[in-house]
Design a protein around this ligand. Structure first.
Ligand code: COA
Length: 329
């Protein structure tokens, strides 16, 4: 059938917030942030930029690489936990900007695993109905700075804004599909350890919810850390085993960029050589659903992968959700 990655794109807002800038905002240090997380700086969207604006910039670049315009899209999936509004979906807002009148559009919420979940859904649509879905745009986009408590040093140092986009196209040939194997999971038993408590139907906005900073990210860092390592290692092992591909055959390993210590621990357990592990956490921090899409675009544009190369993706996030995906360029 030939469902291929035809284009990738990413966007990082201009403004950079360094660890030194954060030292002036909360009781932290560049040294603490670097050694505990690997982050040196992160990009922050301008006040007038919403998630759809970041998504649009990344999508335009992916469409340009694919050589198609918005009107040729059959579906748009936007993975985000920071939609422009609760409704309408950011997908619909993006559709209008792209002039993608023929596309059906929706948002997918799987936190940091959002891009992997979205690729799985998009691929399944294209596989089931190849005539109907020839070109599908998948975007991971986040303005996490809008849901960070800037007085909480345990979380505000971790996150950044950005967007990554992928155009999937069915080229109508019998070339192999981009998706080789995937293994996705969720466990709602841990929904409380990584959560934005207010703003939904459980706890609508009120003076009290604002006073309590309940409209921002709350995280049990240590618990998340342990579960992240176990979950991502397990999913990667399953994917490699089912695909009968050795870790040494993976050209590029893109783990979700949450913490460089987590990344190192996974790579070590999987025996992926250090020079095959892609990291931009030092420049971007954790951009949730955008993280893997930004990395993917950077390795494609940087010429780090050639056609047919295996790329291993893995992610972990609130829900809990996690998984791994072996794809080929
Ligand atoms: N600057 C300075 N000190 C800080 C700090 C900061 N920004 N944030 C926390 N601390 C302090 C804590 O208050 C604590 O002090 P104490 O020992 O006096 O109580 C100490 O540092 C250790 O805190 P702890 O939370 O145990 O640190 P840690 O080594 O677990 O690192 C994280 C914290 C958040 C970096 C780490 O737990 C992590 O990365 N977790 C997973 C995060 C993640 O992946 N999230 C997204 C999933 S998608």
């Amino acid at each position: 059938m030939g469902i291929r990655i035809r284009g990738t794109g990413s966007y990082l807002p201009e403004k950079i917030l360094s660890n030194f800038d954060l030292e002036a905002m909360v009781d932290t240090s560049d040294e603490w942030i670097r050694t505990r997380t690997g982050i040196a700086e992160r990009h922050l969207a301008a006040p007038e930029q919403a998630t759809s604006d970041l998504a649009y910039a990344a999508a335009e670049r992916a469409l340009a690489m694919a050589g198609i315009d918005g009107a040729e899209l059959d579906a748009i999936v936007v993975a985000t936990i920071t939609p422009d509004h609760v409704f309408p979906s950011t997908g619909c807002i993006l559709q209008r900007r792209l002039g993608a009148a023929g596309a059906f559009c929706f948002d997918l919420e799987a936190a940091c695993s959002g891009l992997l979940y979205s690729l799985e859904v998009a691929y399944s649509l294209m596989k089931v109905s190849s005539a109907k879905y020839r070109n599908v745009l998948v975007v991971g986009a986040e303005k996490l700075s809008s849901i960070v408590n800037w007085e909480d040093r345990s979380t505000c140092v971790l996150f950044g804004d950005g967007a990554g986009a992928v155009v999937l196209s069915n080229d109508g040939t019998d070339s192999p599909d981009f998706l080789v194997c995937s293994d996705l999971h969720a466990d709602g038993n841990y929904s409380d350890i990584l959560i934005m408590p207010a703003g939904g139907s459980r706890c609508p906005a009120s003076e009290e919810s604002i006073r309590n900073h309940a409209h921002s990210i709350h995280m049990e860092g240590r618990d998340v850390y342990k579960l992240a390592v176990t979950g991502m290692v397990g999913a990667c092992r399953t994917v490699l085993k089912n695909a009968k591909v050795a870790a040494s055959e993976v050209r590029c390993f893109i783990p979700h960029q949450a913490n460089s210590r987590i990344i190192d621990a996974i790579a070590q357990r999987l025996d992926v050589p250090g020079d095959r592990v892609y990291c931009n956490i030092d420049r971007c921090g954790n951009t949730s659903a955008a993280s893997i899409g930004i990395c993917l675009d950077e390795i494609v544009r940087g010429g780090q992968v050639s056609e047919g190369d295996y790329i291993l993706l893995t992610a972990f996030g609130g829900g809990l959700t996690w998984g791994a995906m072996l794809i080929r360029r």
